[in-house]
Ligand binder design. Structure first.
Ligand SMILES: *[C@@H]1O[C@H](CO)[C@@H](O)[C@H](O)[C@H]1NC(C)=O
Ligand SMILES: *[C@@H]1O[C@H](CO)[C@@H](O)[C@H](O)[C@H]1NC(C)=O
Ligand SMILES: *[C@@H]1O[C@H](CO)[C@@H](O)[C@H](O)[C@H]1NC(C)=O
Ligand SMILES: *[C@@H]1O[C@H](CO)[C@@H](O)[C@H](O)[C@H]1NC(C)=O
Ligand SMILES: *[C@@H]1O[C@H](CO)[C@@H](O)[C@H](O)[C@H]1NC(C)=O
Ligand SMILES: *[C@@H]1O[C@H](CO)[C@@H](O)[C@H](O)[C@H]1NC(C)=O
Ligand SMILES: *[C@@H]1O[C@H](CO)[C@@H](O)[C@H](O)[C@H]1NC(C)=O
Ligand SMILES: *[C@@H]1O[C@H](CO)[C@@H](O)[C@H](O)[C@H]1NC(C)=O
Length: 464
């Protein structure tokens, strides 16, 4: 059953509002959740000790790493010259108004501009991958596919080629210079963490050993490049608002509760950032047809605690509106640039591309080549919604730039870890016999698709 796909978006009609006469009802729901948390956390800390020794503040320094130089520039320039000239001509004209001229590829001064979200994947084993997953000492085991036995490597060699232009060539040194004395923070869920890991791997090979480190502090993970006094952080906040899923480790709660008017605790972490990349998508998707989001307003102290239950997508809207309000009153538009990473599609329903649902994305080795493909289970409307809500900030001169990476990622059924990742809980015999049951078709192998998301981010930061 595709409960995700059949779920009708934005059905506000089903919204239930419960105003509690006495806060006791709500209090007991919450305290039983807390009790549940404590039990689960004890158990899973025992099970996960290997992985999550990191929960406590830990400092790692990498002394032992080689500096890895990239391919000679000439070869890359040649790759990028192989643009389809006719589509360049046909698209250049009307696209001209959409993008400022600084977004051009370094070596490509002919004034053509285009829409990066429309393009195709080109097999290119000369200029891709941008780094080695095996050599990146900051990679996470959940996305380290080659380390965990994925030995078909084609998935690492695809370059995203927009129609009619080239993405600016990624240059780690240039990015670090741009981030000198600055702080870039990724805020969101595990897919956004995937993008953060990608970014760290994209820059870390350019930084000598002993001049970089990673620090874990609860929901915050910091990567620092000393030479540049540059910080690249990830902050766990999957629903953006304060919620019962805020623990970076123990968050698989069946009943999700957001606090509609509480964001300050999270916001205090990114308030001073120079660049913020938010994302939020997966946690608002229905896992069961009847899944609803609980929304808490007010507080017990003030005696106005109120619990609503809304459709998941309506919860998304509540969260984005609160975030927008916060940004509108707190962001210094002269200092901080804000991005919102578009929805990252999963490939859990192989029938979307004519495959067998029982296989999920197992054994897929090539992208979907059919131009215009949009997975039936991928929700494009939430990104439209986000764009619309953030639009309220434009009159204040605050622009939230959407990284529109949904469709390009939708083509990449071949790029997920599937079974080639670290399993933090040992697999059972039954699981091993049925790999599609535990295959990860949601996150992305690195090197891989999130590198392109970061190429978009790079292009905005360095060229604009
Ligand atoms: C890029 O093209 C898509 C599809 O036509 C469109 O929805 C989107 O608004 C365009 N983006 C820009 C920045 O023009
Ligand atoms: C790739 O791994 C599979 C097992 O997962 C193995 O059977 C196969 O021989 C390997 N191929 C290569 C080229 O190493
Ligand atoms: C990357 O940027 C740095 C600093 O701007 C520059 O010195 C270097 O030549 C660039 N590398 C390539 C391959 O373009
Ligand atoms: C180092 O970077 C931080 C931002 O992450 C900034 O607040 C601080 O002023 C910088 N230090 C110096 C010496 O510029
Ligand atoms: C860890 O984060 C907390 C805020 O969440 C902050 O108060 C504390 O200073 C941080 N610790 C370090 C060592 O950075
Ligand atoms: C932002 O910059 C503009 C123009 O330089 C200036 O007038 C304005 O006061 C600045 N705003 C803030 C909040 O610093
Ligand atoms: C995936 O490929 C492996 C090795 O070729 C094979 O044993 C397995 O049956 C395939 N799985 C599926 C679901 O097709
Ligand atoms: C994102 O790009 C796709 C095409 O790749 C387009 O269909 C969609 O409308 C765009 N969404 C937004 C919010 O720009």
């Amino acid at each position: 059953m595709k409960s995700e796909a059949s779920h009708k978006q934005g059905a506000a009609a089903g919204t239930k509002v419960t105003v509690l006469q006495s806060p006791m009802g709500l209090r007991s729901i919450l305290s039983s959740l807390v009790a549940f948390f404590v039990v689960v956390s004890t158990v899973s800390l025992l099970v996960d000790r290997g992985q999550e020794g990191q929960v406590q503040l830990a400092v790692e320094q990498h002394q032992h790493q080689e500096v890895q130089l990239k391919k000679p520039a000439a070869a890359i320039v040649d790759e990028q010259k192989s643009v389809d000239q006719s589509s360049l001509r046909s698209q250049g004209q009307e696209a001209h108004a959409q993008w400022p001229s600084e977004l051009l590829d370094d070596g490509d001064g002919d004034g053509e501009e285009c829409n990066w979200s429309l393009g195709r994947w080109v097999y290119d084993d000369a200029s891709r991958p941008l780094y080695s997953g095996l050599k990146c000492s900051f990679i996470f085991d959940e996305v380290a596919c080659d380390k965990y036995g994925r030995n078909d490597t084609m998935y690492q060699h695809w370059r995203w080629q927009p129609h009619g232009c080239n993405l600016p060539r990624f240059n780690a040194t240039k990015l670090l210079e741009k981030l000198r004395n600055k702080r870039l923070v990724f805020v969101g869920d595990s897919v956004n963490r995937n993008q953060w890991v990608s970014m760290v791997c994209m820059v870390e090979a350019s930084i000598p050993d002993g001049r970089k480190m990673r620090v874990y502090n609860g929901s915050l993970i910091s990567f620092k490049a000393f030479e540049y006094n540059a910080t690249i952080d990830f902050y766990w906040s999957p629903l953006l608002l304060e919620s019962n899923s805020d623990n970076p480790i123990i968050h698989r709660v069946e009943y999700r509760i957001i606090r509609a008017d509480r964001i300050e605790k999270h916001a205090s972490i990114w308030r001073d950032a120079d660049v913020i990349v938010f994302n939020s998508y997966l946690w608002w998707r229905k896992q069961k047809a009847d899944m609803m989001m609980k929304v808490m307003y007010g507080s017990f102290e003030d005696g106005d605690a109120k619990l609503d239950e809304v459709e998941m997508v309506d919860g998304f809207e509540i969260a984005l509106k609160k975030l927008t309000e916060w940004l509108g009153t707190n962001i210094n538009k002269n200092k901080t640039r804000i991005f919102f990473a578009g929805s990252s599609p999963a490939h859990s329903w192989a029938s979307d591309w004519g495959g067998d649902d029982n296989k999920k994305c197992l054994n897929e080795t090539e992208p979907i080549q059919r131009e215009g493909y949009k997975g039936a289970t991928t929700d494009y409307s939430m990104m439209d919604k986000a764009k619309e809500i953030f639009g309220a900030l434009e009159p204040k001169g605050i622009h939230v730039q959407i990284l529109n990476i949904t469709q390009l990622s939708d083509y990449r059924k071949d790029a997920h870890p599937t079974i080639f990742r670290r399993q933090f809980v040992p697999l059972t015999k039954e699981q091993i016999a049925n790999p599609s049951g535990y295959a990860d078709c949601t996150h992305w192998c690195l090197p891989g698709v999130p590198d392109v998301w970061n190429e978009f981010l790079y292009a905005y930061l360095v060229h604009k």
